[in-house]
Each structure stands twice: as structure tokens, then as C-alpha cells.
Ligand binder design. Structure first.
Ligand code: SF4
Length: 101
């Protein structure tokens, strides 16, 4: 799906975080990218670390593996809470999500 070409992101490292205060707990992100997102017992979505550990701190960030970029971006686009933020690691500029330009 040409996501990188569309945006000129190239191979820059990206990371993703969730604003749990806005999460509706519908689980769409965990369906799209279960390697990256998971619902915790509080019913809200959290990101997982590269070694598959659920990061239970609100607003925790995790790297976006390049092969999963499309799934993560689709999650951000479909997220009913508008609370999935994908940003560049180098300067923290949001590339996909509610705060992207
Ligand atoms: S898609 Fe958005 S609102 Fe739905 S569970 Fe994931 S982070 Fe929460």
C-alpha cells in the first residue's frame, strides 16, 4: 500500500503510543496489529515492546517494526478514539494520528 511513498517517511524510525484517556476499548488496533497493540485487563489498549511485553504505563512508546507499519497506520486511521499516535523517533513529530499535519 505505498504508505511510505505517500508521506515521504522513507525508512525513518517510527514509534507509536496510545492516549489511554481517549481509548474506547473496542480493540480494533489489537485486531489490526496484535504484535503491537493489546487490551489490558482494564479494558484499554496498550502498546507492546519489541520483545512482546505489554507496556502498562499510560502513554508508553514502542518502536514500529517496518513490516507492521501499514497495520499500525491503519489502526491509527480507524481508531474510534483518535488516540493512536505514530511519530518520528528523531524529532518526535507525529506522522500519523490526530496530531499529524
Ligand atoms: S483502536 Fe483506539 S480506541 Fe480502539 S482499543 Fe485501540 S487505541 Fe483504543
Amino acid at each position: 500500500m505505498g504508505v511510505q511513498q505517500e508521506t515521504g517517511v522513507g525508512s525513518e524510525e517510527l514509534e507509536v503510543w496510545i492516549d489511554q484517556d481517549l481509548c474506547t476499548g473496542d480493540g480494533i488496533c489489537a485486531q489490526y496489529a496484535p504484535e503491537v497493540f493489546e487490551l489490558d485487563i482494564d479494558g484499554l489498549a496498550y502498546v507492546k515492546s519489541a520483545d512482546d511485553e505489554l507496556l502498562q504505563a499510560k502513554g508508553a512508546t514502542t518502536p514500529v517494526p517496518l513490516p507492521l507499519l501499514t497495520d499500525v497506520v491503519d489502526s491509527a486511521r480507524e481508531c474510534p478514539g483518535d488516540c493512536i499516535h505514530v511519530r518520528r523517533v528523531s524529532d518526535s513529530v507525529e506522522i500519523y494520528g490526530p496530531d499529524a499535519e
